[in-house]
Design a protein around this ligand. Sequence first.
Ligand SMILES: [Zn+2]
Length: 274
Amino acid sequence: MARRKRKVVNSDDALAAIRSAINNTASFGSSFNFWTPKKGETAHFRLLPPVKGMPEGAFFVQIAFHFLKRLGGPNDIVCPRLTFAKNEPCPICELRSKLLADGEEQIANLLRPSKKYLMNVVVREEGEKPVVYDCRTTAFQQIVGIIGEYGVDIFDLEEGWDLSVRRDGEGLNTVYNVMVHAKAGICALSEDPDTVDEILEEAPDLYEYAQNGLNRYSEEDLNNLISELFGEGDTSQSIADHHEVQSAVAYNSAHNDGDVEEAKRYFRKRSSRT
Ligand SMILES: [Zn+2]
């Protein structure tokens, strides 16, 4: 019996339509349906292949943020170096390298970028619609390992594989366990070909999102932010002397030692001054 292979649509017209939709929608990002597994639960999902203008093989996009709230700055600052693999200059990463070179590892850790991987999936428990999996590094590495083992067959729309993910623990101790959903076996994305088309049509172009849908600061803005946080003299010593920095380092080291109460005390001390 001849197998019918369905190709993922990749027409220039469709891409142009999305680009125009993005330009006309200020809140493109907020229209997304982001998903992440719930604590203590196992979910089953199907990875979608690249859709629309996403390059072949690129079923995910990497984005990264610097969380500067504990230093008195804003959270969720997009890291230009690690987002969309653009490798653009990032003053915060540069400052972090300088701190590392000067042996200030604890302070450098406060500036460490946090990576996320976005991918289109259909969560079996949530019906036949695409959602954007907001995936952490450890789970992503497991997914990549599974693809290494099973090859691209895993994405096959008619004869692919579902995955399962279990989330345990909380905070910094959150653990994800991704596996092939062996019990489901080889299966279609959907039994109904029209539904498959609808899912692929509805799934967003994640490359487009990483490029245009995130709030970004310019290099100049990031330099200004650093001056605002640490003063003009951004030498390692002057940063280490900074009160917010000392408080944040104390918080982190208490947290790493497992002394949550002590960490909270530092956090309260900091919060009460603002
Ligand atoms: Zn950065």
